[in-house]
Design a protein around this ligand. Structure first.
Ligand code: SF4
Length: 233
């Protein structure tokens, strides 16, 4: 099933735009309750205005809130980002620490966010058990556990560490594009033949195809190797 998903989404990647660990950490915090596309719309201005942890630490709260307004929950997010900046300056010399045990001590950073940063900004294998990851592995019958930390341990034991980051990306792509929470597109799913949940969603291929989603901004430039939606089908 992993092989089939990898063939379906050879381009699977972190969909947040970033250049540094700090940018990815901030973008991940902002992605709560909104889409990566929505976050990517505000981050170019945000990252230019606040280039380092000290800039967030000393931000003007109202100005920061206004910048973050389109991402929703902007007051809480502004507070989180400012507190994060202050903590990084006070405890880590303004740098994002590259270790799980340090990352999870940062305000607003749980294991999921920490693994996103470790996997995509520091190149260390990590399983990112978000809502898509959990739903897809349960539907595919890989586990029946609900608790994200237990899911992480169970799935981690099934795959070599070197595959963890890519596995997370393809499962999240599968959850966003095909195996949706409400109406999964079983009729065009690459793992349908092995999936014990086949049939919980639409099985008619034409109707299933109409359910496919692609979280790309209109007119967005696709990264190299990203097929057009028609090819993904
Ligand atoms: S067959 Fe249906 S339930 Fe199973 S992974 Fe595919 S879309 Fe999800």
């Amino acid at each position: 099933m992993f092989r089939a998903l990898r063939e379906q989404f050879p381009h699977a990647h972190c969909e947040l735009d970033f250049r540094t660990p700090l940018e990815l950490l901030v973008a991940t915090i902002l992605s709560a309750q909104t889409t990566d596309v929505g976050v990517n719309k505000v981050t170019p201005t945000l990252f230019a205005r606040y280039p380092d942890a000290a800039a967030y630490a000393g931000a003007d709260r109202e100005e920061l809130e206004e910048l973050l307004r389109p991402t929703g929950f902007f007051r809480a997010k502004a507070k989180s980002v400012m507190t994060l900046g202050q903590t990084l300056v006070e405890r880590f010399d303004g740098q994002v620490p590259p270790r799980l045990k340090d990352l999870v001590t940062l305000p607003g950073v749980g294991r999921k966010t920490a693994f996103v940063v470790l996997g995509d900004a520091f190149g260390q294998p990590g399983l990112t058990v978000d809502t898509h990851f959990g739903r897809v592995v349960r539907r595919m019958g890989w586990t029946d556990l609900d608790d994200p930390v237990k899911v992480e341990a169970a799935i981690g034991a099934m795959f070599p560490r070197k595959d963890w980051t890519q596995l997370s990306h393809v499962l999240i792509f599968q959850g966003r594009r095909i195996c949706h929470a409400k109406r999964p597109a079983c009729g065009v799913c690459p793992v349908a033949r092995w999936c014990p949940s086949y049939g919980v969603g639409e099985v008619d291929p034409d109707k299933a195809r109409a359910l496919l989603k692609f979280e790309l901004a209109p007119g967005a430039v696709r990264p190299a190797g990203v097929p057009e939606p028609a090819a993904v089908r």
